[in-house]
Write a protein that binds this ligand. Sequence first.
Ligand SMILES: [Zn+2]
Length: 206
Amino acid sequence: MTAAAATTTTESASVILPGDGIASIEEYEAGANTFDDGDMVRAATVGEKIIDRETRVASIRHPRVFSVPRKGDIVIGTVAAVMSSMMAIRIDYINGKPTTSKVECICSTRNIRRKNVALVADVVALKILGSLNGAIHGTMSAPELGVVFTKCRKCGGSVVPLRDVIKCTECSWIDERKLSNRLNNGDFVSPGPAATGAKGGSGASG
Ligand SMILES: [Zn+2]
């Protein structure tokens, strides 16, 4: 026996958690607050499951609509954690538009030969590859992708790119990152309140 209701729209009473599969992508499209991992439409946030049998869209009802990046989107985010072969990035912008949902994505760093691909709190640009096992995955492998804002690991000073490396303007420490060719480019969306409108290195530190 099937639990499906006779109405065109079914709402489940139970709370759905992020990563929960709510429908098969063969039958439903990913709607608001969801993403698809190539197999299932999954919840990107806590909420109530909405299965629309007319439009064939599966979504999650939540007081706020979360912005969930899709395959091919360019995102800008802040590195939240760095592990041996991957990093977690909290997404701040999707295709140039700010998002407050703070969705995280994972970026593999296994194939990037750099001493430090990126440091925690660096701002990076990624291209979204898609979703797998409940996590959104991105890549840095294109010239415009990678670190767009970083600081000196030794003294926290500003850095300038020197070919493939970066050099601190304060202490001259040379380091490596997987740099975007748009490093420190004012063209890019502002990386955060701390870096907005900074003109000339004041070097002010606590
Ligand atoms: Zn320095």
